[in-house]
Design a protein around this ligand. Structure first.
Ligand code: FMN
Length: 440
């Protein structure tokens, strides 16, 4: 049997293209209008997607005057989406650097109850320097310190979710017994970053634990994903890059003593789709022309920890010497490695590089017909580069509509994608086991 895909919808602004918010075909709604999210989530559910996914940052974007990276806070948004949908999984990003495990474990467990078992947590350590200034820190913690705190954070969260057995609630009115104390445990965690007594103040959630999603692809990020990630989001500009990541990540999952099938690798995928390739490419060009290269230059500078790139001419081929060393990067190290790979292999001008990044920030971008898009997806999965995709429509909701109406039926006809939901939880859609509690 052919391998079936998993598909998430990554909802972001009015689309993932940097200029999508200005394009006449993108959503007319305000970016703070919950109906924008509800509309996208319901369309994704009608097309049987595994989940919707929301990213997050913890600082106002400094280019907010000319870019549109504004969104509703993800956990509260998922609360609304949980009641506006029935089957689709709901994944929110939340940081391990700027909250406490007890707060977040409780919020995610509550959402899992609210949604009937459809919640996933995209675990990030937050690379943003301005974010650190919003939480009392004079400087951002280093890449390795953030991952070290993230590791302890996740261990504590897991222990808290496991602190109630599935049968802890008796709710026996006759006997006057609400909960069985012997089925609820303290965790008494004493670590370098957290001291947490537990138990959690909410019973075990429908999925046991929310699905753990991970999205950092540096060496440290991949090891973290190997231990904890049940779905792994990642960015690759080429199929070859994605395939090499896939095999490395799966080996690390196995080396960590886990089943490779219990850690899905889902790269970002941003297709512009039209009935002819020429029309799709025209739309792509039209959007690229709306993007402001100086905004792109500012974002690129942020990727390189604020390095001043103002001296780089727009139309001269770049070389890696124009940028600081990736191994010294303290932010999104894997994305910086990806950008330098493009520079090394393709020698683009800065304008060309910014054009490539404007589409989906370094994730794979293509423009083609529905058949070409479906062929590409099959090729990636069959080449061992992906278990499915994090769909990043360049324009929302237009390119979601086209994908759902034109590409999904092709994938379904080819036996690659479900035609109805088989289960009711995100774990069901992803084929993930429900975690057991060791002490039970
Ligand atoms: C699909 C995808 C989505 C991401 N979403 C977020 C996000 O919402 N917030 C965030 O702080 N980082 C996000 N990241 C970045 C990573 O979580 C990570 O912090 C960053 O890449 C640095 O870690 P690394 O050096 O291990 O890659 C995302 C990465 C990917 C691939």
């Amino acid at each position: 049997m052919k391998k079936q895909f998993h598909i998430n919808l990554f909802i972001y602004s009015r689309g993932h293209h940097e200029a999508s918010w200005r394009h006449p075909a993108s959503s007319p709604r305000a970016l703070t209008d919950i109906h924008h999210y509800v509309d996208c989530a319901q369309k994704a559910e009608a097309a049987c997607f595994d989940s919707v996914f929301l990213a997050d940052t913890l600082a106002a974007p400094k280019d907010v005057d000319r870019a549109s990276r504004i969104w509703l806070e993800p956990l509260t948004t998922l609360g609304a989406l949980a009641l506006a949908t029935e089957r689709i999984g709901l994944i929110a990003t939340a940081s391990t650097s700027y909250t406490e495990p007890f707060n977040l474990a409780r919020q995610l467990a509550s959402l899992d109850h609210v949604s009937g078992g459809r919640i996933g947590w995209n675990i990030v350590t937050t690379f943003s320097i301005p974010a650190s200034r919003n939480f009392g820190a004079s400087a951002r913690a280093s890449h390795s310190d953030r991952y070290e705190r993230g590791e302890e954070f996740v261990e504590v969260a897991k222990a808290l979710w496991d602190s109630w057995s599935d049968d802890a609630i008796a709710d026996d009115r006759e006997a006057g017994l609400y909960a069985r104390l012997d089925r609820i445990r303290s965790i008494n965690h004493e670590g370098a970053h957290f001291q947490v007594a537990g138990p959690l103040n909410i019973p075990r959630c429908p999925q046991g634990r929310p699905v753990l999603v991970q999205a950092g692809s540096s060496n440290a990020g991949m090891d973290f994903a190997a231990r904890h990630g049940e779905a792994i989001f990642t960015a690759h500009a080429t199929k070859e890059g994605a395939a090499s990541f896939y095999s490395d990540q799966k080996s690390r999952v196995a080396a960590a003593g886990r089943n490779k099938d219990q850690a899905l690798v889902l790269p970002g995928f941003s297709p512009m789709i039209a009935s002819t390739e020429a029309e799709a490419k025209r739309m792509e060009r039209e959007l690229n022309e709306l993007a402001d290269p100086e905004i792109g230059r500012m974002k690129l500078s942020d990727r390189f920890d604020g390095e001043d790139l103002s001296h780089l001419p727009l139309d001269k081929p770049l070389s890696c010497e124009d940028f600081p060393d990736a191994s010294l990067n303290e932010g999104t190290r894997s994305r910086v490695e990806l950008i330098l790979k493009i520079v090394r292999e393709q020698r683009p001008t800065l304008r060309q590089l910014l054009g490539k990044l404007a589409g989906a920030r370094g994730h794979f971008v293509m423009a083609g017909t529905p058949e070409q898009v479906a062929d590409t997806m099959e090729d990636w999965v069959d080449s061992g580069a992906a278990d499915g995709f994090n769909l990043m429509p360049p324009l929302l909701p237009l390119m979601l509509d086209v994908f759902a109406e034109e590409v999904v039926p092709i994938l379904q006809r080819r036996g690659r994608f479900r035609t109805t939901y088989q289960g009711s939880t995100l774990r069901d859609h992803y084929g993930l086991h429900r975690p057991n509690i060791a002490q039970q």
